[in-house]
Design a protein around this ligand. Structure first.
Ligand code: FES
Length: 147
């Protein structure tokens, strides 16, 4: 049910760990499954993400999506990193089972949460960046209720 890429990133996660004195940190969680993802970034004065690491307490797909997400944002500018959507994460893994797509949303949110922290710490505004949701399922349910 998982692609080779998912298994590879789950079994050999890239950029796992934490950065000492990072430029920013973002933590997001999903109350339903209880998974938590934290992303650390080291961003230089030109807004380029030099280093990125993650710690994920969660399912195998959450580990795989965190791992690939770090690869997708490393070396990018803050603006480019903002464009790394959960769909890009899923595509980079050659797909995820439908029940696991929310794990990729957590990865997108972790990137956004780290960038939000970066913007707040530096007193800047990143065009198109919205305050991250702390819990994706809550937001999804709010949307459902309001339909
Ligand atoms: Fe919730 Fe994977 S099961 S993030």
């Amino acid at each position: 049910m998982y692609t080779k890429k998912v298994m590879d990133h789950f079994l050999n996660p890239r950029n796992m760990g934490e950065i000492e004195n990072p430029s920013c940190v973002g933590t997001v969680g999903n109350a339903k499954c209880g998974d938590i993802m934290r992303m650390y970034m080291d961003i230089d004065e030109n807004g380029i993400i030099h280093d990125v690491k993650f710690k994920t307490f969660g399912c195998g797909a959450a580990v795989a999506t965190s791992s690939i997400a770090t690869e997708l944002v490393k070396g990018k500018t803050v603006e480019e990193a903002l464009k790394v959507t959960n769909k890009a994460v899923v595509d980079a893994l050659d797909g995820l089972p439908p029940l696991k797509v929310h794990c990729s949303l957590l990865a997108e949110e972790a990137i956004h949460a780290a960038l939000w922290d970066y913007a707040e710490k530096n007193g800047i505004k990143i065009e198109g960046l919205k305050k991250p949701k702390s819990d994706i399922h809550d937001e999804e349910e709010i949307n459902k209720v309001s339909y």
